[in-house]
Design a protein around this ligand. Sequence first.
Ligand SMILES: C[S@@+](CC[C@H](N)C(=O)[O-])C[C@H]1O[C@@H](n2cnc3c(N)ncnc32)[C@H](O)[C@@H]1O
Length: 301
Amino acid sequence: MSIKKVIQHPSQKVLLGNCLQILPNLTDNAAVTFLDPPFNQQKDYASHNDDLPENEYWEMMRLVCSQIFEKTSDGGAVYFMQREKNSEHVLRVLRETGWTFQNLIIWKKMTSAVPGTMRFGKAFQTIVFATKGKRPRVFNRLRINPPLLKHHKYERENGIFVTDVWDDIRELTSGYFAGDEAIRTEKGERFHKQQSPISLLLRIILSSSKVGDFVLDPFAGTGTTAVVAKQLKRNSVSIEIDKENADSIEKRLDSVKKADLIEKYYKDYQFTENLAEIWDKNPLTPANFADQGVNRNLFAL
Ligand SMILES: C[S@@+](CC[C@H](N)C(=O)[O-])C[C@H]1O[C@@H](n2cnc3c(N)ncnc32)[C@H](O)[C@@H]1O
């Protein structure tokens, strides 16, 4: 009886503060965590120094990975996003904190390749998928139906399984490519330069959780994880150190805008065998989104 209640009214918690202080106090165990920290590349963050000495930064990430491991169910997953040049460090800190490597996902960018003068241009970002223990507790084998390539001879009947190369998810770059999904200031500038696309979190949460599970995002930014979790009827905890960002998550969860709705992606996954089970067919709409309020807890910074 109580489980049914959780499924019907998933809770989205937004916690303001430093994840290193908050994570040890979490009471629930996560099914999946999206880990998208600042990359220590001298970006301008209001409440975070993005220019730490390299060893200090990776020591901090090691601690975060260890704390998440403690707060993850057996078989639960982490998706750790980073610049490809840091893959070595990501793999090391995950291994040292007990995680089992599953995939090095290549998220191929659609609109931006950073040119290089002495090396090849950069056109992808890495996401390491790892689990607590050898076997994932949940791994939903999603099927998609990307356009056929020139050398493909036959039409497909029911799509293909998603692989470790994700080239069908558009990043939110600057300018008009970011589209309506990017949160903007009154002046039309992007509110948060690192906002992740809804379709990225949709793939991650769908792959590694069930309806009613708990999804964690320790570096929540604009709350993309929570916005997707809410629509997929998962519970979520978003931790964010910057008050302005945390406020924006709350706002985004309270009244969803059209660009944040996941419904439009349903047909992309239509050939997934258990789709009806993992994606509730009665998605939240702008009209009923606000009814399921946000649970806000404030922590001291
Ligand atoms: C790369 S952004 C995440 C963007 C996010 N995926 C989204 O879709 O908006 C990293 C976020 O972590 C926050 N942050 C930095 N250090 C933190 C800490 N110690 N605890 C919690 N949040 C932190 C930053 O303020 C920033 O908003």
